[in-house]
Design a protein around this ligand. Structure first.
Ligand SMILES: Nc1ncnc2c1ncn2[C@@H]1O[C@H](COP(=O)(O)O)[C@@H](OP(=O)(O)O)[C@H]1O
Ligand SMILES: [Mg+2]
Length: 266
């Protein structure tokens, strides 16, 4: 098993799971959104679990849709290879007709670090992978305006304050994977989130972002760490590398100001 195989496998699994989700969406329609969300989460999880069990039987898996017992299985914590998957990120957007900001995440964590990953954006017809990480756009010059992707439905209040202070434009997009992809492909220059999220929401897009040379960290600048016993990973900053020092300094300033707490959602 070579490293290259893992990169390619992540891409193939995410793309195939995405194709199945597109088909399900077309067949099911949008009349019962709850049922569409549940069917999407469940069927994509079962497809990925079955494929990983067949193709990588020795490896552990952490999936958003696993049962609580499966997620807490201590075998994962002593495993040297763990696939961290979000079978359908942006479930809400998946259930809304016409939206393309939803994704399938497949990442591989090995002995302390993310080593491969893929983010399929099926309704955008593309998959970003560590096989061939996207070439980053140029950052805007110092003082020029830039765009910050933010949750459509749970925007942290401090991101509004952050954008205002920096003269940046907040751009609401669904799905953590779609937002990080938007940074890597030049639709926005940064993504900031706080107030709650889990390892599966960011592992695959962060693997691709790091392979592209983008900045990815917690909002205090510390590293994002994966395959922890508690999979909560509540805040994140992904940006073009040249913008990261400015963003981190501004977040630190906001954090120190008494009325504005970066760790709360609105
Ligand atoms: N405050 C919060 N607490 C827990 N999860 C959150 C969260 N804010 C965002 N997320 C998760 O992060 C992903 C992207 O969210 P958003 O589109 O709002 O940016 C979603 O994953 P899922 O769609 O896989 O559930 C969502 O559930
Ligand atoms: Mg998710």
């Amino acid at each position: 098993m070579t490293m290259r195989d893992d990169h390619a496998l992540a891409g193939e699994l995410a793309t195939e799971a995405g194709a199945r989700l597109l088909e399900l969406r077309a067949r099911h329609g949008f009349a019962d959104q709850r049922a569409l969300k549940d069917a999407g989460d469940r069927s994509s999880h079962l497809y990925l679990m079955d494929a990983l069990r067949r193709l990588r039987p020795e490896d552990a898996v952490l999936s958003e849709e696993a049962t609580r017992e499966e997620r807490l299985d201590p075998a994962r914590l002593s495993a040297s290879r763990v696939w961290i998957v979000d079978p359908l990120d942006g479930t809400r957007e998946f259930s809304e007709a016409g939206r393309s900001d939803w994704a399938v995440h497949v990442a591989l964590w090995e002995r302390g670090a993310l080593t491969a990953g893929a983010v399929a954006l099926p309704a955008q017809g593309r998959t970003l992978t560590t096989v061939e990480p996207p070439e980053l756009p140029k950052a805007p010059a110092r003082g020029e305006p830039f765009r910050v992707a933010v949750s459509r439905t749970r925007p942290p209040e401090f991101v509004r304050d952050l954008a205002e202070r920096l003269g940046a434009e907040p751009v609401p997009i669904g799905s953590a994977g779609a937002k990080i992809a938007a940074v890597l492909t030049g639709e926005v220059e940064a993504y900031v989130h706080a107030g709650g999220q889990y390892e599966w929401d960011s592992a695959a897009p962060v693997a691709v972002a790091l392979a592209s040379g983008a900045h990815a960290s917690r909002i205090d600048g510390s590293p994002l760490t994966y395959n922890q016993s508690d999979p909560s990973l509540p805040d994140i900053l992904v940006s073009l590398p040249d913008l990261a020092p400015t963003l981190l300094a501004c977040i630190r300033d906001l954090h120190q100001s008494p009325q504005r707490k970066p760790n709360a959602s609105t």
